[in-house]
Write a protein that binds this ligand. Structure first.
Ligand code: PLP
Length: 429
């Protein structure tokens, strides 16, 4: 096995050490195309693995329920200052353990149980916390869902984009207290302006769930929702490239309510080691190099999309404006499901996830779609050319999906490509 950054750390637990080494090998010899994943920097990893994990600090800087928080207060204050500066926001809460917690805390802060929320349909790109029957959100609040426009094969007028006529009609009919913009499987820009207009027409608050695109916003590669939304939630581990976690920024008038909803409303002691790592990531994201990174992420994704289209995959919405692509597999091969494609690509060393596409005739477990993204491998240094190569690997693997030798050959070529793009090469040298 190759040397990993873990070598110096785990010395007394062979079983976990061995499993971490196995995943180090997986992460560095196969291609990571999950749109919600990234490679956090060595500094982010180090802060996440730091001694701050030892500290209890329920409360907020200056108002803790435990002693000994002088240093932790500075860590959390620094994280909050860096975050408000990064997005030009009034107030930041860096304690949510994940993006789902951030969303639920906002609902809890701004709404009463039973209030109506207008959010994106799950099977057309929305997230579980946007009202899935499987999510606790649907038990406490009433959800109404908007969708995307019908499929169009006219390149001048792409379909499968957010249907603002539908958003407006539903908003006027149901008078939601909160409108949620933002998606988990949507390759197009989400314009905050029409969402704000519609929210104002019906007196609703606007939350922008930027879990996926927060890094692109920070880097200037996606429209900025902060001037338009009352609250913006996000994860810190997707395009923002920090530790696994969530965060909330909001207008000053909601600061108190948001803070109380996170703690004590929903969570206990904050993960201050992760908050330190979030602070590191916010600093990284404020550098000019991060902006160049996000531009490359989008350029790579556009090139990846063109290459996949020329292999016969249909791109949902006709293309991409961000870090992800949603592929309709039926044009490539009517028999091929998302589930089978994901499994075959796994065997070929290409990590993806199956995903429903708008009006998918197959179930959410089987699906007709596949979601891929460029955020992680762009961090590892890949450019347009490498993503074009990956598109050809994907097509080859899926065309020869019953041929073990062909899949092994692709896996071998994938490993050779990954050897030149180790995200931690600076770390191991
Ligand atoms: C990923 C995601 C979340 C949830 O983030 P977790 O950290 O997995 O809880 C919420 N909303 C959207 C739109 C997402 O894509």
């Amino acid at each position: 096995m190759s040397t990993s950054p873990l070598d110096a750390w785990i010395t007394d637990d062979d079983e976990i050490a061995s499993l971490l080494h196995q995943d180090w090998d997986r992460q560095t010899t196969t291609v990571q195309l999950i749109a919600s994943e990234n490679f956090a920097s060595p500094s982010v990893l180090a802060a996440t693995g730091s001694i701050l994990t030892n500290k209890y600090s329920e409360g907020y800087p200056g108002r803790r329920y435990y002693g000994g928080n002088q240093v932790v207060d500075e860590v959390e204050d620094l994280a909050r200052r860096r975050l408000t500066a990064l997005f030009g926001a009034d107030h930041a809460n860096v304690q949510p353990h994940c993006g789902a917690n951030a969303n639920v805390a906002v609902y809890e802060a701004l709404l009463n149980a039973g209030d109506t929320i207008l959010a994106m349909r799950l099977d057309q790109g929305g997230h579980l916390t946007h009202g899935s029957p499987a999510s606790i959100t649907s038990k406490f609040w009433k959800f109404v869902s908007y969708g995307v426009t019908p499929r169009s094969d006219d390149p001048e007028k792409p379909g499968e984009i957010i249907d603002f006529d539908n958003v407006r009609a539903l908003a006027h009919e149901h008078r939601p207290k909160l409108i949620v913009a933002g998606a988990t499987a949507y390759a197009r820009e989400i314009d905050p302006v029409p969402f704000r207009e519609i929210a104002d027409e019906v007196g609703a608050l606007l939350m922008f769930d930027s879990a996926h695109v927060a890094g692109l916003i920070a880097g200037g590669s996606h429209p900025d929702p902060v001037p338009y939304a009352d609250v913006v939630t996000f994860t810190t581990h997707k395009t923002l490239r920090g530790p696994r976690g969530g965060a909330i920024i909001c207008r000053e008038e909601f600061a108190k309510k948001i803070d109380s909803a996170v703690f004590p409303g929903q969570q206990g002691g904050p993960l201050e080691h992760v908050i330190a790592a979030k602070a590191v990531a916010f600093k990284e994201a404020s550098q000019p190099s991060f902006s160049i990174y996000t531009q490359q992420v989008v350029a790579n994704c556009k090139a990846f999309g063109r290459a996949l289209a020329s292999e016969g995959f249909r791109l949902v919405s006709g293309g991409t404006d961000n870090h992800m692509l949603l592929l309709d597999l039926r044009d490539f091969d009517a028999e091929l499901t998302g589930k089978v494609a994901q499994e075959v690509l796994d065997r070929a060393g290409i990590t993806t996830n199956r995903n429903t596409i708008p009006d998918d005739p197959r179930s959410a477990f089987i699906t007709s779609g596949l979601r891929v993204g460029t955020a992680a491998e762009t961090t590892a240094g890949m450019k347009e050319k490498e993503f074009e190569t990956i598109a050809s690997f994907m097509a080859r693997a899926l065309r020869h999906r019953d041929d073990d030798l062909a899949l092994a050959a692709v896996r071998h070529e994938v490993a050779a490509l990954c050897a030149d793009f180790n995200p931690y090469s600076n770390f191991t040298k």
